[in-house]
Design a protein around this ligand. Sequence first.
Ligand code: DAH
Length: 346
Amino acid sequence: MTMLDRLETLYQQASAELAQIASSEALADWERRVIGRKGEVTLLLRQTGQLPPEERAAFGKRANEIKALLSEAFARREEEIREQELARSMEEGQVDVTLPGRKVARGRLHPATQTLREVYAIWAEMGFQVYRSRDVETDEVNFGLLNMPPYHPARDMWDTFYTTEPGVILRTHTSPGQIHAMREYGENGTKPIRVILPGMCYRYEQITARSEVQFHQVEGLAIGRGIRMTDLKGTLTEFARRMYGAERRLRFRASHFPFTEPSAEVDVDCILCGGAGCNVCKYSGWLEIAGCGMVHPVVLRNGGYDPTVWSGFAFGMGPERITMLKHGIRDIRYFWGNDLRFLNQF
Ligand code: DAH
């Protein structure tokens, strides 16, 4: 077979093969084998020099012609296959735009967070900024500096989680934040303070419908010159009216906390029955919302203030209780149980 014959045969075969090709992978393979840099046509062309001189021109001309023809055919086939593949993929991934869309799962804030934000907003309007104190506290700040030295019987009011590190506990209330706030903001007892201290508290308690081992408190602290019990009463009354309604009445009952003197517990007239008596207020007409008092001189001194010049009030409230009252939640365990059936309702 002459080289020209081989060329023509190759041309016929390659053309026939090209017509059969249906995928872009096979097409790429064909291109490499036939017209690529090391393809058969290219190799034949390179052998032109081995022909007798008088045959070289004709062979070279034909070989270049065939290479051009095959290249054109290749480009046409490539375009056809591209279109076929596009059509196929459009068919496979067909989208019915008339179908209803997938429902978006909307996120929401935890009910405790919603209440906290409401509480922050009200206190912010009244000039109290948020101070964040640590959850892991020392025995000294949680108790000692709050006027409860070691072995003081009042410590028994709080069932405490101890860590393996001596003297390190989980805070049982947000009151130790008062010490941190006074020391950090007070500038050695020279600056007034108005803060709320929100945060999680921890108590080693039997978990029941009414008590959890973790819960939020929002502490409040105001330090200044000439702050009096009437300021405390007026401030908490204003808060309660903004939180529970303008008509609310408050009742201050004498109580005892080691870090305040005098101390009180605050009741608001029942937000459900308005004081007439119902099962939520246990037919008393009142709901307890906070503990409070005038900051004890010992605590003021531990915060860096001279108690003969400075005075202040403090309070602590439990927002989970507020949320339970508002939504009629009968069991506090729902809060941290992560049950979506509960959480989805808010
Ligand atoms: N820390 C108290 C508790 O956990 C609540 C409390 C009472 C906070 C009186 C205060 C306060 O700031 O003045 O039960």
